[in-house]
Design a protein around this ligand. Structure first.
Ligand code: G3H
Ligand code: 13P
Ligand code: ZN
Length: 341
């Protein structure tokens, strides 16, 4: 199946009342892990690449790996998404490369760290919407800021001081015409999100419910949604790693979000942890190993298991069976409903 717009995946998810995991990739094994998990669970998939990932792989390698995925897994609807585009230029280059969805993260300035003001965010996001929608490509915007700069993207701010304001969210969606809105509810990127199992005071799920009440037809996105399983941290540490005690976003909280309009859930860290734990185990137990397949295969398998578990928990499993809408047809739909605000 050709790559499809993320909007189609999210519209289907809204109809079915489920969420779709968006998994970050940096190499072939991660793409393979996601596609195998999708096949085994019959799930539609969002594969996403950060700016760092695009730099690491080189765009052409990434694009051709994704084309291979469409050839080898023709039964799976796949959206290729730019994660945290820092400027219209980044989003445009992704669209030109063949991405079917982009995130214009105008909640931060182009340095990816400094919180931006509302008018700047509206302006750059709207600019990307106009360019992307003309080609049938989906746009995700973000309002509010995640905490932490651990993964190179995110403001070095207290996440709770920058939660998404529900009234601003309504105005933002109206003025930009975005397809999906990433909301800030107290999460941050990376492994160190919470120092204990999060309560509603630090992981503010009620904010999603408020936003959903005001914007019932907008697809909401949860970033920083890794659950940081203790068993993966323990395994890394058992085999020589040094990860401090930490807590992520419990899957039950994500499921609560899905009941209130969350359709896209971003997960990267859990897969990094799973692959690292598997590699460490092999290298610890077999110090003589130097064939990279000896540790990359278990790493790929470990990521596949995490992705499968998320696909089942988010409800996307069993929902791959729909026909693709060509991007040209998506562009036509957007032309019929222009943003007028
Ligand atoms: O946005 C955060 C994702 O985990 C991607 O991280 O920028 O290190 O590739 P990255
Ligand atoms: P995690 O670091 O929680 O996996 O979040 C990933 C993310 O939000 C990518 O945009
Ligand atoms: Zn993110």
């Amino acid at each position: 199946m050709a790559m499809v717009s993320m909007r189609q995946l999210l519209d289907e998810a809204a109809k079915g009342g489920y969420g779709v995991g968006a998994f970050n990739v940096n190499n072939m094994e991660q793409i393979q892990a996601i596609m195998e998990a999708a096949r085994e669970t019959k799930s539609p998939v969002i594969v996403q690449a950060s700016r760092g990932a695009r730099g690491y792989t080189n765009d052409r390698f990434l694009y051709h790996l994704m084309l291979a995925a469409t050839e080898l897994y023709p039964e799976i609807p796949i959206a290729l998404h730019q994660d945290h585009g820092n400027s219209p230029e980044t989003c445009i280059s992704a669209i030109e490369m063949g991405f079917t969805s982009v995130m214009m993260d105008g909640s931060l300035m182009p340095d990816g760290k400094t919180p931006a003001d509302f008018e700047y965010n509206v302006r750059v996001t709207r600019e990307v919407v106009e360019i992307a929608h003309a080609r049938g490509v989906t746009v995700e915007g973000e309002l509010g800021c995640l905490g932490g700069i651990e993964d190179g993207h995110g403001a070095d701010v207290d996440a709770l001081a920058h939660l998404t304001d529900p009234d601003e969210a309504v105005e933002f969606v109206e003025r930009t015409g975005i397809d999906a809105l990433a909301v800030a509810i107290g999460t941050s990127h990376g492994a160190y999100k919470f120092t204990k199992k999060p309560t509603g005071e630090v992981l503010v799920m009620s904010r999603i419910e408020e936003i959903n009440r005001k914007l019932p037809n907008t697809h909401l996105v949860m970033h920083g949604s890794s659950s940081v399983p203790k068993e993966l941290i323990d395994m890394i540490n058992k085999y020589g790693g040094k990860i401090k005690e930490t807590y992520g976003v419990p899957v039950e909280e994500i499921q609560r979000g899905i009941r209130h309009g969350v359709r896209k859930i971003n997960v990267d860290t859990d897969n990094r942890l799973a692959m690292t734990a598997a590699v460490r185990k092999v290298l610890f137990e077999k110090p003589e190993e130097f064939d990279l397949r000896g540790y990359m295969k278990p790493a790929r398998e470990a990521m596949k298991e995490v992705v499968k578990a998320r696909m089942i928990s988010f409800g996307q499993a069993g929902n791959a069976g729909y026909a693709p809408i060509p991007l040209e047809q998506m562009a036509q739909k957007y032309r019929e409903q222009p943003v007028t605000a």
